[in-house]
Design a protein around this ligand. Structure first.
Ligand SMILES: NC(=O)CC(=O)C(=O)O
Length: 369
């Protein structure tokens, strides 16, 4: 706790039922608290004189240390880095996608140029924007990203346009071919046109809700093996693709690695979209006290897979800052990272984690130590 502590304190019955903390709690406080039996303090608000504030502060810090918040994330969480740019506009390009790959590429290019002409410094594209979202299409539209040039016209366009317009692009995702494997891959281009990171969808979307939706990405795609977090001109950004948003541990790992913003290109569907899309974005943002941006393809009711749309920016308090319906749109909204520290000071979750009860282990960061 901190200076926000007031002269009234609520005692949680659950903590007080634990004999060890209880005895410590009471002995620490016995010099200024009224005499109370454990039963009488099960659920009370105690009015304390304001002179007790500093004593409370020292108690709260010794309680906090017994919680071991630094051990709740293994390795310990990294502090938020200072971003090169604190305040800027992001553009979410909710694009229509057709079976004509050339048209999809030139259409995406125009949308990025339009967003940049309105002053955005970061553009986010949808999941699978150069191809229809289908297991039949993935092998046909897949590109060899590492080969570049003609082998990957979609990422060649992203590189050219990010350099020319001096903006960062989180390039949605496209099907990627590596030998006989296919991945659902997001490329991040810096404002110098360089490929800064590549995220391969870690959690493949296999769903079977009879009569509603059946889709098995694992029929054609291989799962990625690495979380992807990247330092850019517009802050430290953690990347997930669509179904990755359902796995809160991934978002928690990004937060513990100092992410300011999580970007999820995604194509939720007409069954899960209405129920889960916004809920998951707000949950990831609220739990981790950071920004979450998503970008979907526009809806095409005639397509084999009908996308939900509703690309959205959520703030670190879980608030929807900007969103849209299902038609094509470019959503432009402001991101202000100075709010992150404010939110974390007002609601200091990172200092209140119970490292004595649970831990999040970032396996790759631990192994690399
Ligand atoms: N398309 C996805 O990857 C995920 C999705 O639609 C869902 O989780 O629901």
């Amino acid at each position: 706790m901190n200076s926000a502590i007031s002269s009234s304190l609520f005692f949680n019955s659950k903590n007080l039922l634990n004999p060890k903390p209880l005895s410590r709690f009471i002995s620490l406080k016995s010099n200024f608290l009224p005499k109370l039996s454990p039963r009488s303090i099960t659920s009370h608000t105690l009015k304390l004189p304001s002179s007790s504030t500093s004593a409370l502060r020292s108690i709260s810090s010794s309680m906090a240390s017994s919680f071991n918040p630094e051990q709740a994330r293994v390795p310990s969480a990294l502090p938020l880095p200072a971003p090169p740019l604190t305040k800027f506009n992001i553009g979410l390009c909710q694009l229509s996608v057709t079976s004509d790959k050339k048209r999809n590429i030139s259409h995406a290019k125009k949308a990025i140029e339009e967003a940049a002409s309105k002053g955005v410094k970061l553009v986010l594209l949808p999941e699978i924007w150069n191809s229809p979202y289908s297991n039949d299409s993935f092998p046909v539209y897949a590109e060899e990203i590492d080969a570049g040039g003609d082998a990957s016209p979609s990422t060649a366009m992203l590189s050219e346009v990010s350099k020319r317009l001096k903006i960062t692009i989180i390039g949605g995702s496209i099907p990627e071919r590596v030998g006989d494997r296919l991945y659902n891959t997001c490329c991040v281009f810096g404002s110098d046109g360089e490929l800064k990171a590549k995220h391969r969808k870690i959690h493949l979307f296999d769903i079977d809700i009879p009569g509603k939706i059946t889709f098995m990405e694992s029929k054609t795609l291989t799962a990625g093996e690495t979380p992807t977090i990247v330092d850019t001109d517009v802050g430290r950004i953690g990347i997930g693709i669509c179904y990755d948003i359902r796995f809160q541990e991934l978002a928690m790992i990004y937060a513990a690695r100092g992410a300011h913003l999580l970007c999820y290109p995604g194509a939720f569907n007409m069954t899960t979209g209405p129920l889960h899309w916004e809920l998951l974005q707000r949950a990831r943002a609220t739990d981790n006290q950071l920004y979450v941006a998503t970008c979907s393809p526009a809806r095409d009711s005639g397509a084999g897979y009908t996308a939900w749309g509703h690309s959205t920016l959520v703030g670190p308090f879980g608030e929807v800052l900007a969103t849209t319906e299902h038609e094509e749109a470019i959503i432009i909204a402001e991101i202000d990272y100075s709010i992150l520290e404010q939110r974390r000071t007002s609601l200091p979750l990172n200092r209140q984690r119970r490292g004595d009860l649970y831990q999040l282990v970032d396996v790759q960061r631990l192994d690399s130590k």
